[in-house]
Design a binder for this molecule. Structure first.
Ligand code: SF4
Ligand code: SF4
Length: 189
């Protein structure tokens, strides 16, 4: 997980969302779990909230930090888990499709967000989770073809996104190797 100075959107809270407690792979000395496996402490919120590990305490997804995203972008509603990622010298955004990926890339709000980002030269990564026990896949959307599409029409961006998604789905997902062990919160208690 990349570390950036965090400025949270005032008045915005996670509410019922627990997407990061499932979507993320965690490999820290005090907590480990595979991506796509819900933490066993996640029961209508964090059941160990007061004593949760520092990683969980400090973590906030992009939706908690970006005021331009409205409430419909909350990850459990949108199916888009947004994080900031370093891309070369720039800070980019990773858009991991945790809901129904094909449905998401066909939505006008998603297409428009991508088009604006691409035209504004914001590095955008499109990602999907891998199968259990494997790493996910992501690719950079800032290509000449996507820029051309963004300058042309929503339909062209949609077409391009569908192509990129197909590419991602054909990826040979490598197995995930964990450094730490002993605190696997993906395992049944
Ligand atoms: S994914 Fe974002 S909104 Fe959802 S629980 Fe995690 S930090 Fe909160
Ligand atoms: S311990 Fe961390 S990952 Fe597990 S439910 Fe609590 S906040 Fe989520």
């Amino acid at each position: 997980m990349a570390s950036f100075d965090i400025d949270l959107v005032a008045g915005r809270s996670c509410g019922d969302c627990t997407v990061c407690c499932t979507a993320m792979a965690i490999d820290k000395p005090d907590i480990q779990k595979e991506a796509g496996v819900t933490c066993r402490h996640c029961r209508a919120g964090c059941s160990i909230y007061e004593t949760r590990p520092p990683l969980c305490r400090d973590y906030h997804c992009g939706w908690r930090q970006l005021p331009i995203l409205d409430d419909s972008w909350r990850p459990d509603r949108s199916g888009v888990f947004l994080e900031f990622e370093p891309v070369g010298e720039q800070t980019g955004m990773s858009l991991v499709l945790t809901g129904n990926p094909l449905k998401t890339v066909r939505q006008d709000w998603f297409i428009d967000f991508v088009a604006i980002g691409i035209k504004g030269d914001v590095p955008l990564l499109l990602g999907i989770p891998g199968p259990r026990g494997h790493q996910g896949a992501s690719l950079l959307l800032n290509t000449p073809a996507m820029l051309q599409a963004a300058r042309t029409s929503r339909a062209r961006v949609k077409e391009q996104l569908e192509k990129e998604l197909k590419l991602l789905q054909s990826y040979d997902f490598p197995p995930r190797r964990f450094v730490y062990s002993g605190h696997d919160v993906g395992a049944t208690a």
